[in-house]
Design a protein around this ligand. Structure first.
Ligand code: PHE
Length: 357
């Protein structure tokens, strides 16, 4: 019995993890463990021998059990100590430098737009940048021979040999999202669709990729008056001025009737733009009442529903608001430019806090 005692107390003291302890427990006091087998031998002993050996075996079993428990606790403490040592953190160290990246002005302006229009009940829709000929043109009442197709300087996707279907295009405007949204959600609706658009054009005021935001509101009795109010609210909120004057100029788009281009009153005195005063006019968007054929193409009954739509250049209004002179710089990825014109990631535009505060 003393041998057993020596053996197991020694082994337990040396065990290096819980699995080893468990193996020892089974080996010593498990059903077929050495101590358990010795207990079974008690039956073969004389009553005198049993009287003496029985309590000693029980005491041995208890002793091994408590040695196992104690060792298990000790191993746990050691593991915790080790973790605490490894995960030690000096909270008195100086903070790490702030992240170097900035939010691109276009992203910032998109967030601003979204906040302003969301406040007027508009949700945000998206569509693909590689668009079918149907969504980009036909469904918007721009048939194959229409001059607007040529005017848009469209990028066409390559076609597989022998494929005679009209090629897909890089969308030339965000207006195809109107059709996709009508198809998916029907009327009434109120959405904006900001995103990238493409035209083969490159100079100081044109880049082959730029950004637009489409607006679409359809209901039973939506009118140009609603359009005017929404745009006025938008321009005031966006340029953070109390008053603006909008000028609607008759225009033509195949997908709206009537159509209007919208200018805002401004001044360029001293080389800086002021919105809402002065004698200059600044064109910011195209708009109009959605053409009945367009409603039809989107699966909406033009005898029951009507609506307005507009399309605005995001890059342009970003340049105007933040005094950025050259459009091309937006897409040069010049770090110096990005640091200068970029926004902190924490400057999330909200209406209650002020858009660009
Ligand atoms: N899609 C037009 C453009 O790219 C803008 C527009 C949108 C005009 C919606 C009227 C209505 O120029």
């Amino acid at each position: 019995m003393d041998d057993l005692r020596q053996k197991y107390l020694g082994l337990i003291a040396e065990a290096s993890d819980e699995a080893a302890l468990e193996a020892l427990r089974v080996q010593a006091i498990g059903k077929k463990g050495e101590v358990s087998l010795a207990m079974r031998e008690l039956g073969k002993m004389s009553p005198e021998e049993r009287k003496e050996a029985g309590p000693r075996l029980n005491a041995l079993k208890d002793e091994i059990t408590s040695a196992l428990t104690a060792k298990k606790a000790a191993l746990g403490d050691a593991a915790l100590e080790e973790r605490l040592a490894a995960e030690w953190l000096d909270v008195t160290l100086p903070g790490r430098p702030r992240a170097q990246g900035t939010i691109h002005p276009i992203s910032q302006v998109m967030e601003e737009l979204t906040a302003i229009f969301a406040d007027m009940g508009f949700s945000v829709a998206e569509g693909p940048q590689v668009e079918s000929d149907w969504y980009n043109f036909d469904a918007l009442n721009i048939p194959g021979h229409h001059p607007a197709r040529a005017e848009m300087d469209t990028f066409y996707m390559a076609r597989a040999e022998g494929d005679n279907r009209p090629p897909h295009v890089l969308r030339t405007h965000t207006s195809p999202v109107q059709i996709r949204h009508m198809e998916a959600y029907g009327a009434p609706c109120r959405v904006i669709a900001p995103g990238r658009v493409y035209r083969a054009d490159y100079d100081q005021t044109h880049t082959p990729m730029f950004h637009q935001v489409e607006g679409l509101a359809i209901d039973r009795d939506i009118s140009m008056a609603n359009l005017k109010w929404v745009l006025e609210e938008f321009v005031k909120a966006y340029f953070e001025v109390d008053d603006v004057e909008l000028r609607f100029r008759a225009s033509h788009f195949p997908f709206t009737e009537p159509s209007a281009e919208v200018d805002i009153r401004c001044s360029w005195e001293g080389g800086t733009l002021k919105v809402g005063e002065g004698d200059d006019w600044l064109e910011i968007l195209g708009s109009g009442m959605v053409h009945p054929k367009v409603l039809q193409a989107g699966g909406i009954d033009p005898d029951k529903w009507q609506g307005f739509a507009f399309g605005m250049g995001i890059d342009r209004i970003a340049m105007l608001k933040y005094g950025i002179p050259d459009l091309r710089a937006f897409f040069d990825s010049d770090l110096r430019w990005l640091r200068h014109y970029g926004f902190s990631a924490l400057d999330v535009p909200t209406l209650h806090r002020g858009l660009s505060a």
